[in-house]
Design a protein. Sequence first.
Length: 745
Amino acid sequence: MASKKSKGGYGFGTAPVFLAGISTILGAILFLRFGYAVAHTGVLGSILLILIGHLITIPTALAIAEIATNLKVEGGGEYFMISRSFGPMVGGTIGISLYLSQAISVAFYIIAFSEAFTPLFSWIQSTTGIEPRIWMIGVPAAAILVTIMLTKGADMGVSTLWIVASILGVSLIMFFLGNPPSAESVPFQLFSKVENPDSFFIVFAIIFPAFTGMTAGVGLSGDLKNPRKSIPRGVLYATLTGMAVYILVVIKFGISLTPEQLAADQFAMAKIALWKPIVPIGLAAASISSAIGSILIAPRTMQALANDSIFPVESVNQFLARGRKETNEPINATIVTAVVVFVFVSMGSVNLVAKVISMFFMITYGALCLVSFLEHFAGNPSYRPTFRSKWYFSLIGALACFIMMIQMSTLFAILAFLVIGLIYIGLKRTRGSEYGLSSMIKGVLFQLTRQLRILIQRRQQAITRTNWRPSFITISTHSFDRMAPFELLRWFSHHHGFGTFIHYIQGFLNEETQEESKRVLDKLIKMGEYSRAGIYVDTIISPSFKTAIAQIVQIPGVSGMDNNCILFEFHKNDDSELPDIIEGCHFASIVDFNICVLRSSEHHFGYKRCIHIWLTPGDYRNANLMILLSYILMGHPEWEGCEISLFVAFQEKEINKEVKSLGELINKGRIPISQNNVQKIPWNKQQKTYETLICDHSRDADLVIMGFSLDKLTRQKGSFFKRFAGVKDVLFVRAGQKIIISEDG
């Protein structure tokens, strides 16, 4: 392996990535806690632990391998790849959690290294009279390790990896070639375990750090000659090799020692090995190599975070980003990491630090798999990895992480989620304009919406008239001075339907009208935000209102379903727009749109407590639509408590039959209209006009809904819309589709 230095790093190949990974994977947990795991969960339980652990680490390894081939990888390892692929806010959030995982891991491995000397503690005490403690070895070991990193850097660290990896390999070979300590054979039992064992998830929390070493070599990204090639290969080779060794070790324990023997001695491996001292030596080698691997990458992650100004104080960023010339060795970041290491080494407990590491790594890997999963769906054109994983692998990895976190410790899992959330919110406040999780989610929603639109269109024929829902288009030239059509569309679209509000700009498409269109659209979007309207807004530029209608009735619905309704509006005291509206109604009728024409007034729907629907012999086709629209309208919170009154105006001899059939329709359709609110109005056309009839009964209604005939409207040139001067806001309705309220009618 070359150690050729360059301005950008050392130019390492794939071997250091694999060595850093495998020496961390086959580390302290394997030597100290795998016997404990087999004792408390059995052989089968331990294999299940290994498989669950790799349900997390293999998807994460695949995600890292994929991300590494998506861009030119520089210093910072996982953080660099995440931040450049998913934006600095997501990258910074995961990067800070990742750094803490790596830094605390150094302390964990040094504590494990110190435990390799526990067989000598009794001898030391009898010789010197001093009772040894783990920290007495750990603190000096940490100091020596930090000194080596500060003076020699990554080149020395990688060279050491070759030596310790060789020792590690010899110790494992001697373990597998060894025999049980007695001539008595141990019956191999898959489920055998000690009495009163620790829970499955406590054991998992303690041994999970064993699975996290696969990414140890990724932190060398800035020192690799070809990161796109070396990172995927090194990470995957180390992960799969480690999993195979783990399973073989568990089986070897199961056929060599009883659960009680495994639980009684954390150095149970030494009882089996050909030469017993090789196990503490192997543990020391594995621990120190893992510590080297972690201390190589933790400062580099911090340096990369500082280079991107992730920390809130710029002077801190400048201090942490500073490195040694030529190789850019992260000197200051190593010093800060050393402080973290000394704090956790002083704790001196492998199990305690293991639980802390497990939670940090779990949240990091879960977040990494989650954003990888989201990126698969977002369809971002700039995300073009040459190595492709599968979206379901990332999803499995994310779910496995979050489920296992909660099972291990619900309280600490919630705290971890809160910490991650607070970090992200903090970064968003200072870097809100940059690509972040919201941009990724928008991409995911875009893809989901696109697929849903296609699905809805393909299944459109399966939508029956009984599950009809409105998809409205509203077009207006008075979007900002007459709010009635916008409000009505907002109410119709609240829950049951979908609405598109279009502002009409008269003229030809040119730079001037296009600029006006952009300004108007910005105002419409803000208007939608302020009113919390669940509608889509847009503009249209066209030479005439007539041509604008011809265009919009042919465009597909934004919701994915075909538009089926159009809403026009004119003011009660201004009928100048009626000719355009009548022409628009003709175009809408050609494509079988349901047509609504709102005649607004200064009343502006009053207190929104009273809707009157008028039905006449000419409204057989319109009746269901009128009733259904009123039902949808009263479903909006602003119309809560509204009462719908139905006025049935028929000749006296027919009225009882019509009221009865209407009552059955309301009951079967489950429309919340009281039978007491269905009023019979005997109507003799020779004695009283329709206009007088409505004005007498609906003068105080907040909204009056009545049907209209397009042919009659055309013949009368819109005079029907001008009548009913005694009432306030009126919605004229013409059904272009046959809509059924219930299966029976």
